[in-house]
Design a protein around this ligand. Sequence first.
Ligand SMILES: Nc1nc2c(c(=O)[nH]1)N[C@H]1C(S)=C(S)[C@@H](COP(=O)(O)OP(=O)(O)OC[C@H]3O[C@@H](n4cnc5c(N)ncnc54)[C@H](O)[C@@H]3O)O[C@H]1N2
Ligand code: MOO
Length: 402
Amino acid sequence: MADDLQSVEAALETLLDGVSPLPGETVPCDRAAGRVLAASIAARLDVPPFDNSAMDGYALRAEDAGRVLPVSQRIAAGQASAPLESGSCARIFTGGAIPSGADCVVMQERVEIRDDGVWIPGDIPSGDNVRRRGRDVRAGSELLPTGTRLEAAALGQLAGQGVTEVEVRRRPRIALLSTGDEVISPGEPLASGQIYNSNRPMLKRLLERFGADVVHVASVPDDFATTCSMLAEAAEIADVVVTTGGVSVGEEDHVKRALKQLGQLDLWRLAMRPGKPLALGRLSGAHGEARFIGLPGNPVSGYVGAWLFLRPLIGELLDCPALKQLPRIHARSEFATRTQARRHYMRVALTFDAEGPRATAFADQNSAVLSSCIAANALAVVPAYSELREGDTVECLWLVEA
Ligand SMILES: Nc1nc2c(c(=O)[nH]1)N[C@H]1C(S)=C(S)[C@@H](COP(=O)(O)OP(=O)(O)OC[C@H]3O[C@@H](n4cnc5c(N)ncnc54)[C@H](O)[C@@H]3O)O[C@H]1N2
Ligand code: MOO
């Protein structure tokens, strides 16, 4: 690799090597949104639990169709039904229990009410408009596999089983440290040479979207001894320690030296743009080892680094397949570019029309220009030492949380 830069693949392998899923914990279902199942869940009920009507209408035996049938009972949703008297039909409503003996439902728009009953058309097949017991879920089958992120439909399925609590992975605990004497917090007055900390809220939000918990944030001054003590403190409480800034080559970049003193630096400097000085390592903490990711200070480098490295790391800790890899999409490039030694992860807006996906790049791809991330919903991956022309196909990583 040119200039001793490491590949993104090697960095991912190093980062994920030896990472095991966090333990499970039991939480109430109404607080489980976004959490990841730590064990698969077997269905304990058939859903629906009984044969029921898909329509408002009349339940009957299909063989009785094509004549006038007296109405022998009325079944609203939520009521128990009696066996259907022979040669009769039952008034029934959507969700009502099909009476035993009946095998089909005719919708009310198709019948005629007569003095002596209801005229039913002759072409009603057996099974019509009946939602069979267990059609959605069979008791004993796997309802949700381990590693499922509990989003809307999965939460609905759990409730459909009458389940009130689930075992989910503990959320990864993240410490987020911002280095740099020039970086101050919103609310403080901005002196000459200072900038506001945009990385912190940006990364906090991304980490939360990936399913982690940011348990500690701190600002680290450009001083070696303080960097060491603050990293040590973070490693005591976090599974993953993330820093921003201070990983390049300047005299004020203390993070790598502190990491070497407190743990180990596994890998540094990647053949990617943005994010070249990214550093990976480990720190020893109270509960064993904390993983360390040193993101470069430039906001776009942090943003891209979070999608490429923090998301899969959190995916491993949560053992959630959907988080481990970003979906890949081939798109028509609406731009032209050329790369040198570093693979370029360009911020693009993916749009979809009849011709297929198109990738439009933000004009300024500098790693300090966070505006490029606002409208970007994907990263176009332009290989090192390559030329991309408008109209070429480019591989894009879709920026979805899971
Ligand atoms: N001589 C060299 N200089 C630099 C190299 C190099 O290879 N040789 N690499 C450049 C690249 S590429 C990057 S990326 C940056 C990354 O440097 P650091 O990780 O050490 O980051 P800092 O120098 O601390 O900060 C870079 C930049 O980002 C601003 N920053 C920092 N933290 C925040 C924050 N929380 N919110 C908003 N902005 C932040 C900081 O003020 C700097 O402007 O190094 C290049 N230099
Ligand atoms: O890696 Mo730096 O992020 O190119 O600016």
